[in-house]
Design a protein around this ligand. Sequence first.
Ligand SMILES: [Fe+2]
Ligand SMILES: [Fe+2]
Length: 171
Amino acid sequence: MEKKENMQNSEFHEFFVDELKDIYWAENHLAKALPKMQKAATSPELAQAFEKHTKETEGHIKTLEQVFELLGKKAEEKKCDAMDGLLKEANSIIDDTEKDTFVRDAGLILAAQKVEHYEIATYGTLRIFARYLKNQQVVKLLEQTLQNEKDTDVTLTELAEGSINKKAASE
Ligand SMILES: [Fe+2]
Ligand SMILES: [Fe+2]
């Protein structure tokens, strides 16, 4: 049997596109959830970080649309149960913490970092899959988003360790 050197039209390719639809759903829903997290934040710096990442997340959506286009596929969403759960968790943290407290901010950072780590895992694997498509442009686009998710995670750690956790501990 002839060995397939290209992933195009293979089951692996279908699987890859399905996973792109999954993260596309996740990014679209995250873009709607982040402004709510921004509004709930106590610290102006954290609110600003959420505002910045909302814009970046809108960029991730556009980037995924470019990827679909490069693959000749329609940009479609497929419900991502993991992101759905993570966003529900963010909502319950808002419900369970008092407004204008740093405990709430510490909780919001926890929720946001779980989201970022999920995205890092997803893009980390997808860009490895994309290498088999032999489409350097797709690899590059996914790596670009991956780097932004990693930078966001670092920013959140800096905010937590900079002052928010200390303030939360002394409330
Ligand atoms: Fe993202
Ligand atoms: Fe993100």
